[in-house]
Design a protein around this ligand. Structure first.
Ligand SMILES: [Zn+2]
Length: 279
């Protein structure tokens, strides 16, 4: 698991199936607690008060933990009967501290993504991922508008949350573990020379194309490297490059990078070396 989930299941809760059956939830409701307290306090409160409040949820998330208070295979009582028979509920514990918010938000995004991923539900705003606000406006069983106002207090919109959950969903497996970014293709390394001098860096060959590290070469040859936000590409001088990022290093085809830096390029096959030279 990317984040551990602390088991704080409240004993004696009712076990009611979702409308599509035990375990068959259709999505998740994102809440915020409305009170400024850590998850352990929320857990204690609901342990003692779920019957009188007629309320409990599956998860509470704060800045240092995720706690599960009820079985996610059964309904919780989080946003009225219409939502409860469809959705799992996750509560984000509120804080005025922005650094704490950011930590809790990461866990919130992860647990929301994982709940959807483990049933392969996808991330669909208003369908598989909904706010309590959405439930109130759509099903009219409740009047709560969380977590919209609380997210706003920390500079996030509902659209931000949906996008962040969507991005996280694509990065994790059904157990919530982050997918390995290990290279599946084996790459052959190549050497690099500039003006006849071997550089202390290597490139790699892929499908007959040699790729060389952009920043190191550009700096050696006196070029400027930019990130082009519009095209999401690395840009050297005025050229957008077709880059490959490996372990945080940006590589580009030797011919493209050489053109951007106004260098000539030769490929020395017997020595597997890219030979760059300034005119
Ligand atoms: Zn709520």
């Amino acid at each position: 698991m990317a984040y551990p989930i602390i088991n704080n299941i409240i004993p004696g809760l009712p076990k009611q199936a979702f409308r599509n059956g035990v375990g068959n939830y259709e999505g998740v409701v994102a809440h915020s607690t409305g009170s400024f307290a850590p998850d352990e306090n929320q857990v204690k409160y609901f342990q003692n008060n779920w019957q009188s409040r007629q309320a409990f949820v599956q998860f509470f998330v704060d800045w240092d933990s995720i706690r599960q208070t009820s079985d996610l295979n059964y309904r919780a009582w989080g946003a009225g009967p219409t939502a409860n028979q469809r959705y799992v509920h996750v509560e984000l514990c509120q804080t005025h501290d922005h650094a704490q918010f950011l930590e809790s938000y990461k866990r919130y995004v992860w647990v929301l993504a994982w709940i959807l991923k483990r049933k392969n539900l996808g991330v669909f705003d208003g369908k598989t991922l909904v706010s309590h606000d959405y439930c109130s406006k759509t099903f009219r069983d409740t009047t709560h508008t969380d977590p919209i106002g609380y997210l706003k207090e920390h500079g996030k919109t509902w659209a931000n949350l949906v996008a962040d959950v969507n991005a996280e969903y694509s990065k994790i497996d059904t157990n919530g573990n982050y997918l390995s970014t290990a290279k599946t293709e084996s790459v052959e390394k190549c050497k690099i020379q500039l003006n006849g001098i071997k550089l202390p860096i290597t490139g790699f060959l892929k499908a007959g194309v040699s790729y060389i590290p952009v920043r190191a070469i550009a700096e050696s040859a006196g070029g400027n490297v930019y990130w082009n936000q519009a095209t999401k590409q690395v840009k050297v001088n005025d050229h957008d490059l077709d880059e490959h990022i490996i372990d945080g290093v940006s590589y580009a085809p030797a011919r493209e990078l050489a053109a951007a830096l106004n260098l000539s390029v030769d490929w020395d096959q017997p020595n597997k070396t890219v030979k760059l030279s300034q005119a």
